[in-house]
Design a protein around this ligand. Structure first.
Ligand code: BDR
Ligand code: CA
Length: 311
């Protein structure tokens, strides 16, 4: 059983990552913290709480993170995720309270109190985790590993070579990657492969529970905003769930230990992850980088997770 804190910015694909984490018998979701990313911090907090209300998991503590990236203004993800960050679904209003402490203090509390080391899963910009490491260095040893959705080796989805989460807060990503804590990085190379095909989305539409209805609405909106024809993809890539999927079964992925640096000063490439696949530099590998996923397994995991909600 993997004990995790999910730091996210829901976001359609964050919602699926959260849903899989809640459904999984292999994951113990200790808390959810939210970041400014796909939407403003107040909206991503609300979205996370709405999703937990939908899944009847109001017992999971939630806290909101920083209002903006460490050194930059927030880039808006509205073109992908709509004005609410979760357009396309009619979500319930949150019916519980957040913890009323900053995300970094909730992370500190859980790491202090939990008897085992905890995995941090990051499906938004790295802002909260970078702040946490700076403010609470004494708790670093309580972190088992940090699993991040972000970056790309030669691929971009926001700029030609930049991925959204890293581009939003490159300085934060650099702090986390340079931290010396074990890192697993799921870049676009693997995330572009984590696709649901049309018939699999149809299967989700036919599942008779309220979580399926919500995910169906989200996928319909996301499918349009993603515009997969433009990318030449057969299916709809769901980035963020790669993180929790890897925790559930790493054998379904291929990976390689590489050095990963973040470009923070590039003229055209700020926010790019420079992944030294062939170990061309002498820089020490600092991350396990995921490259491929068993797509069919991933689709089955997503569908089975949705089916497991019996209300
Ligand atoms: C990442 O950007 C966000 O829009 C998604 O939620 C995901 O975390 C993919 O680049
Ligand atoms: Ca996200």
């Amino acid at each position: 059983m993997e004990d995790i804190i999910l730091d996210c910015d829901p976001g359609h694909d964050d919602a699926v990552a959260l849903m899989i984490a809640v459904a999984s018998k292999d994951i113990n979701l200790l808390a959810v913290t939210t970041s400014a990313g796909n939407q403003r911090h107040s909206q991503t907090l609300r979205n996370a709480m709405s999703l937990l209300t939908l899944m009847k998991r109001q017992d999971i503590p939630v806290a909101s993170g920083n209002t903006k990236p460490l050194m930059r203004s927030l880039i808006s993800g509205v073109s992908m995720h709509g004005v609410t960050g979760l357009d396309g679904a009619d979500l319930p209003a949150p019916d519980f309270f957040s913890q009323g402490i900053p995300a970094i203090e909730l992370i500190a509390k859980i790491l202090t109190e939990h008897p085992h080391k905890v995995t941090l899963v990051v499906t938004g910009p790295c802002t909260n985790i970078a702040l946490f490491l700076s403010v609470h260095p004494e708790l670093r040893s309580r972190i088992k590993q940090i699993v991040i959705l972000g970056g790309g080796m030669g691929l971009g989805n926001w700029g030609p070579t930049t991925e959204f989460n890293i581009q939003v807060d490159p300085e934060a990503a650099k702090i986390v990657l340079d931290s010396g804590i074990p890192i697993v990085l799921a870049p676009l190379n693997v995330a572009f492969e984590a696709q649901l095909l049309s018939d699999e989305i149809d299967q989700i539409h036919k599942i008779d529970n309220s979580v399926a209805q919500t995910i169906s609405g989200l996928m319909d909106f996301y499918g349009i905003s993603f515009g997969r024809q433009r990318w030449g993809f057969k299916g709809l890539p769901l980035y963020d769930p790669c993180t929790v999927a890897w925790l559930i079964d790493p054998s379904k992925f291929t990976s390689k230990r590489c050095n990963v640096e973040v470009e923070t000063k590039g003229e055209l490439t700020t926010g790019e992850t420079v992944i030294d696949y062939y170990h061309i530099t002498n820089r020490k590998p600092n991350a396990e980088v995921l490259f491929h996923i068993d797509r069919q397994w991933f689709a089955n995991l997503t569908i089975d997770s949705i089916k497991s909600f019996n209300f």
